[in-house]
Design a binder for this molecule. Sequence first.
Ligand SMILES: [Zn+2]
Length: 303
Amino acid sequence: MKNRALERLIYGLSLLLTSLPFFSIASGHSSLRDTVTGNGYKIKTIIVDAGHGVRPPGAVGNYSPGAPGQYSYERNVTLAIALKLQAEIEKQLSGVKVVLTRTTEEDVAWQKRADIANENKGDLFISLHCNSLPERHIREIVGHKHGKPIYHTEDVPDRSGKGVLLLVYGFHRTKEEEKAIKENLIENDSEMNSDPDPNDPASLILMNEYKRKYRQQSIHLAELLQTEFTEHDGRHSDGIREQGVLVLCHSAMPAVLIETGYINNPDDEAYLNSEDGQNEIVASIVRALENYKNEVESISQSQ
Ligand SMILES: [Zn+2]
């Protein structure tokens, strides 16, 4: 590592120390200012990821059809919203291109989705899903035989879930994510002109610094999204959670997974399948993205 790395190590350490109070997700205030670099950075590419899909003919491995509703499927809802979201982002956010990870009903493996995001040098990754509660296992006594109860067991649907949930990838990261960050960092950062060495403490600090930035930016975007869904659309939110989501952790960019509603709740299913519901979800995401873009770009301009 060269002197540049040492400079950044010291800078990274000082940032780390000054921003520790903002680490808690419960505080609701992630410090965006510390995480945005100068030089007039602009958001140019947003990756929109429609969750799930049907197994491609002849494909092997794990494919994920997504949750079923009473008459619709998560995979169809996510694709419909993704296509609308692409059109609206490109119409309303000037200079922003959208890359979809899936454009047909066929599923795309999560590794491939992350590759598409990284190869297209996405600035943000938005993954669209629908939530669903597992069935409840009910056991009841239906009679007695020789003084002992006879049980009847049944799985009944739990349709009580409602509203949105936002997931960001947790602080515990994987080697694969570090690899993705490393590759993006070398390509995108002109200051980084040597391959980070995983055994070099300076390299590790740089890597951790990047991870911290992505995490904070992801949480901030999730907060903006939640505000639109709850305050503008009046929808319930289960909150913002950190969770190990493979497709998020392999994307070397801020990433949020949006559970757009509970497909196994009849009201949410109707909303998720309606033109009005889909348009409202899309409009909320676009407003949040516009706010995020304006904030990040104005901070970058002022540095
Ligand atoms: Zn899903």
